[in-house]
Design a binder for this molecule. Structure first.
Ligand code: FES
Length: 260
């Protein structure tokens, strides 16, 4: 290595790190969390069943919007402009790549997987395995710069998920409705706390006093933004729990507790 920690101007230390604490634990936990979510979401997306509860109008967010003729009757809230799909294409494929793109390019997730998956570096005072550092100037990491555009699509998807949750309310009220609504509220909190959203609200302004509406929006987004990391993990969890709940009710494994 002739650059980075191996550069001639750096102290020559053969050990990868002199740290003796468990510095590897946070990256390991992050890896496990992300891997568990990706594995679950992938399996569920390709299952092609138990995503819609007709009696109560519950649609899992992993299959929304469902736009093909392969979708179960009633689950296509926005029509079926697409023909039947082969089994290897997930029914929620319209939104999935964008949602994945939104999460992958999220500033918080970057921090998490740059340290854990990419190991650049894995922890403070622990040398990274890469010979050189090119940041986000080359493929694949240059894609991170598209985060703002993924944000616009994520906004749309949040609207779609909200619509799904409201449509379900027309069937009455059950625990499933509370699950869908909680998921949607947290998804909005995560989406609106995005750093791109904060910049769109109040960025590139020279005088806040001349833009009171944008200043107010920026202030509100900033308050949410402080919790972005927590919201990132919470919404991973609520997405899985919401999907799991819909799957269990749709498959008949449990019945939905009805309130009225
Ligand atoms: Fe995390 Fe935009 S920075 S979603």
């Amino acid at each position: 290595m002739t650059s980075g920690v191996g550069a001639p101007t750096r102290a020559s230390i053969s050990a990868r790190t002199l740290r003796t604490d468990r510095w590897w634990l946070p990256p390991l936990l992050t890896n496990l969390g992300l891997f568990a979510f990706v594995a679950y979401a992938t399996v569920r997306s390709f299952m092609g069943k138990w995503y819609w509860v007709e009696d109560y109008g519950y649609l899992t967010p992993f299959y929304s919007p469902c736009l093909s003729e392969s979708c179960l009757p009633g689950s296509s809230h926005f029509g079926t402009p697409l023909p039947e799909l082969p089994g290897w294409i997930p029914l929620g494929f319209v939104a999935l790549p964008f949602l994945l793109g939104f999460r992958l390019t999220c500033y918080y997730y970057r921090k998490a997987y740059y340290r854990s998956v990419w190991q650049s570096p894995p922890a403070c005072a622990v040398a990274e395995p890469h010979a050189s550092y090119s940041g986000e100037t080359r493929l694949p990491l240059i894609v991170q710069n598209a985060h703002r555009y993924f944000f616009y699509v994520a906004l749309l998807v949040s609207v779609v998920n909200t619509y799904d949750a409201v449509v379900a309310l027309t069937h009455g009220l059950g625990v499933g409705n509370l699950v869908l609504l909680t998921n949607v509220v947290l998804l909005w909190a995560y989406t609106l706390s995005c750093h791109s959203c904060r910049h769109i609200a109040g960025g590139r302004l020279k005088h806040f006093s001349k833009h009171p509406v944008r200043y107010r929006a920026w202030t509100l987004v900033s308050k949410l933004n402080v919790h972005h990391m927590r919201l990132a993990w919470t919404t991973l969890g609520t997405l899985v729990l919401t999907d799991l709940y819909v799957m269990l009710v749709a498959s008949g494994a449990i019945s939905d507790l009805r309130i009225f």
